[in-house]
Design a protein around this ligand. Structure first.
Ligand SMILES: CCCCCCCCCCCCC/C=C/[C@@H](O)[C@H](COP(=O)(O)O)NC(=O)CCCCCCCCCCCCCCC
Length: 236
């Protein structure tokens, strides 16, 4: 077992997302990408039927990594600086599709919607019972989040893949955080508790929720008059 594998716990991945948020509420892309890498590893450990999903995530992560490493890399330190840079330089397709299909804004928006799915799914797992069906929890979470942005054919493929999801026990096991009770504890809502549990001192910059960056992200990307107010356009 490599060191990498030993570190493979859900807690670690959620922690990585938590440290995305800087003191001044900016979202650090490096940690965001690292968090996503962790999620992809979870997905891959769940079986190859999900590979079309993880491939899409991987290629989107790669787009961000390339931008971070590229010539304009200095602008890709935080989501906020990325959005500003791409908008100021008209690097985002807002009016028509096709010139910048790989902008950071567009890519991040898609990844971020998937995190919303994960949040809903984990919440269902937390409150589920032994005989709850993961496929049902997964598709409910999907229908409430990503599905509305996906065309019929993707929804169909996703729906089929969900039938092959392992059961609740396997999910808990794969998370690698201990007993089901410990998993539930980890997933427990209540940012306050979670902050304590993670041994994180209460921070001025937020409640300590691993999705706190959501607020920062939404403020930047979707705020009326914000840099990317036209989410619709980005969705194309
Ligand atoms: C482990 C089960 C995984 C269930 C994942 C539920 C989400 C299903 C998403 C189906 C996406 C199908 C792939 C294609 C998507 C793209 O068309 C579409 C649009 O992109 P485009 O505009 O460039 O074309 N892409 C997206 O919306 C981004 C999708 C990214 C999906 C990543 C899902 C992350 C799941 C993380 C699983 C971690 C499980 C951990 C549990 C312990």
């Amino acid at each position: 077992v490599s060191t990498e594998d030993q570190k493979f716990t859900l807690q670690e991945v959620l922690d990585t997302f938590k440290i995305c948020l800087s003191e001044n509420k900016e979202v650090l892309l490096e940690h965001y990408v690292a968090g996503w890498r962790g999620l992809v590893r979870f997905m891959n450990s769940l079986g190859s039927v999900f590979s079309f999903i993880s491939k899409d995530a991987v290629s989107k992560i790669q787009i961000l990594v390339n931008l971070m490493k590229g010539e304009g890399g200095a602008n890709y330190l935080t989501i906020q600086s990325m959005v500003k840079y791409e908008m100021d330089n008209q690097l985002v397709d807002l009016t028509k599709k096709g010139s910048f299909p790989e902008s950071g804004c567009r890519t991040l928006l898609r990844l971020h919607r998937a995190l919303r799915w994960l949040e809903l799914f984990l919440e269902r797992l937390r409150t589920s019972t032994d005989d709850s069906k993961t496929s049902a929890m997964c598709s409910e979470a999907y229908n409430e989040s990503l599905a509305q942005y996906h065309p019929w054919i993707i929804r169909k493929a996703a729906g089929t893949a969900f039938w092959y999801l392992p059961g609740r026990a396997v999910f808990f096991d794969v998370m690698n955080v201990g007993s089901p009770e410990q998993v539930i504890h980890l997933l427990a809502s209540g940012p306050e508790q979670r902050a304590d549990r993670f041994g994180v001192a209460k921070r001025s910059a937020g409640s300590g929720n691993w999705l706190d960056m959501d607020t920062a992200f939404n403020d930047t990307v979707f705020a009326p008059g914000g840099t990317c107010a036209r989410q619709e356009a980005l969705s194309r």
